[in-house]
Write a protein that binds this ligand. Structure first.
Ligand code: BES
Ligand code: MN
Ligand code: MN
Length: 456
């Protein structure tokens, strides 16, 4: 441990400078205008892997953004860890809410503010630097492979194909991912599950053109009003989702699992204060941890229609739209949920409008084992580095590749994230604590050490 800390301390400034360089690339996968920058980011990541000592480094082309691969095989008989991460980031909008520009990383109060600081550049780069550390100090105890993709934030559409076509190259004993959160630095934790996702867009069409809201208003159904009503009806008075069959496949936790989950530290007053809400909301009969980690949800991610510009325009819109996501839990599948939603949403449309539902992307939920050698290695690494045993939690977010790795490669994943839910992922002013960045670089070599030791 001492020589690990020494290396980090000797290279402190450079480790930070390199992350800053990475954060300056606006690698937004959702918006085609950033395409050249996304491609440059892949090249940068590949170069950094080479510099750190990886072999067979390749920027692998796909039908979308490339996947960066690299490996270091020290001994075919030793276990292999496959590190996954993503170099793409969410769009920075709304720009005006950023205190400093999203692609000009800035330190305030010990935290790095930038889009991707935590999700996932700051986190996957810890692995590149931990690898460099292990190479430089001659302590790499196992084989290591890197697969860093550029389409995670848009659903990883091409990753499944890549995994299927590269089964041999990706052969490993476990997948290691840092792209999730801890409860806090005082309460280190390990996520043991992720939710799945079904994302779609709905369009409600009324009259064939925008109308004068005085001339026609009152005689023709307003699609914005209809859409609002349809959406409101998707939750009942207990905040259950009112789509027939929606909960059919949901696996209920055992009372023991529920108790364990709710044992994690939680301060409701702080939670509300942080978000500046006076009261929380959610499915009746479940705690906040259960609502975000083990229960499926339905959220409107965006809703628009009619005039949304400056000032006023009296108009009855022809169309109204919404983007809707549903988070799924084991044993739900995104295809089935998308189908149930579509059928239900069309069925509740009044005859005054036409409704169209367009599926976007999806991903399957996953649970990760807590009785495996790899999980034990992560526990030991965190216990040693933080001085405390990690608490198992369930994450509310989605990383579709986790279920895919299991289905295609038979590989289990360890989710060793070092972010915080309050790091403002996907929000303005995303941040990552410098402390967490260094702590991650120090903890990761311990994972490899214990994984190699315990695998024998
Ligand atoms: N890193 C997140 C997922 C995450 C965040 C998991 C925090 C657990 C805790 C990832 O980059 C992400 O945002 N995934 C998307 C899904 C994807 C299909 C667009 C998500 O969860 O919305
Ligand atoms: Mn991520
Ligand atoms: Mn994300």
């Amino acid at each position: 441990m001492q020589h690990i800390k020494q290396y980090v301390s000797d290279n402190k400034q450079r480790l930070l400078d390199e992350l800053f360089e990475l954060l300056r690339f606006p690698s937004v996968s959702a918006d085609p205008k950033y395409k050249p920058e996304v491609l440059k980011t892949a090249e940068y990541v590949a170069q950094k892997l080479r510099d750190a000592g990886a072999d067979q480094v390749e920027v692998c082309q796909t039908a979308g953004y490339p996947i960066v691969y690299g490996e270091k095989i020290i001994d075919a008989l030793k276990p292999t860890v496959l590190v996954y991460g993503h170099y793409d980031v969410q769009p920075p909008d709304p720009l005006e809410l950023w205190k400093t520009p999203p692609f000009e990383p800035t330190i305030r109060d010990g935290k790095i503010y930038a889009r991707g600081a935590c999700d996932d550049k700051g986190q996957f780069y810890m692995h590149v630097k931990a690898f460099e550390l292990m190479m430089q100090t001659n302590i790499l105890p196992c084989n290591i492979k890197f697969m860093i993709e550029g389409e995670e934030e848009v659903g990883s559409a091409n990753l499944g194909i890549f995994v299927k076509e590269n089964k041999n190259r990706l052969k490993a004993d476990v997948v290691l991912i840092s792209d999730t959160s801890m409860i806090s630095m005082e309460h280190p934790s390990l996520e043991t599950g992720l939710r799945g996702l079904s994302y779609l867009e709905v369009e409600v069409t009324g009259p064939n053109r925008d109308l004068h809201s005085g001339v026609y208003g009152g005689a023709v159904a307003n699609p914005a009003t209809i859409l609002a009503k349809m959406i409101a009806s998707l939750h009942d008075e207990n905040n259950h989702i009112a789509i027939p069959g929606f909960y059919d496949d949901v696996v209920e936790l055992t009372p023991a699992e529920r108790t364990a989950l709710n044992n994690a530290p939680y301060n409701e007053e702080e939670y509300k204060k942080d978000l500046e809400v006076d009261e929380l909301w959610g499915e009746k009969g479940y705690t906040t941890f259960e609502r975000t980690g083990t229960r499926p949800t339905l959220e409107v991610n965006g809703i628009w229609g009619g005039y949304t510009g400056e000032g006023a325009k009296t108009v009855l819109p022809s169309k109204a739209h919404a983007k809707i996501s549903m988070r799924l839990v084991p044993n739900q599948t995104s295809d089935k949920i998308t189908e149930l939603f579509t059928k239900h949403f069309l069925s509740i449309a009044p005859a005054t409008v036409k409704v169209k539902v367009t599926p976007h992307h999806g991903g399957e939920p996953a649970v990760t084992p807590t009785d495996s050698v790899a999980y034990r290695a992560a526990q030991k690494a965190i216990a040693e580095s933080f001085g405390k045993e990690p608490i198992p939690t369930r994450g509310g977010g989605s990383i579709p590749i986790v279920a895919l790795f299991e289905a295609e490669l038979g590989l289990k994943t360890v989710l060793m994230g070092f972010g915080l839910d309050s790091d403002a992922l996907h929000s303005p002013n995303e941040k990552y604590d410098i402390f967490n960045y260094y702590k991650g670089i120090e903890t990761i070599p311990l994972f490899h050490k214990y994984f190699a030791e315990l695998s024998i």
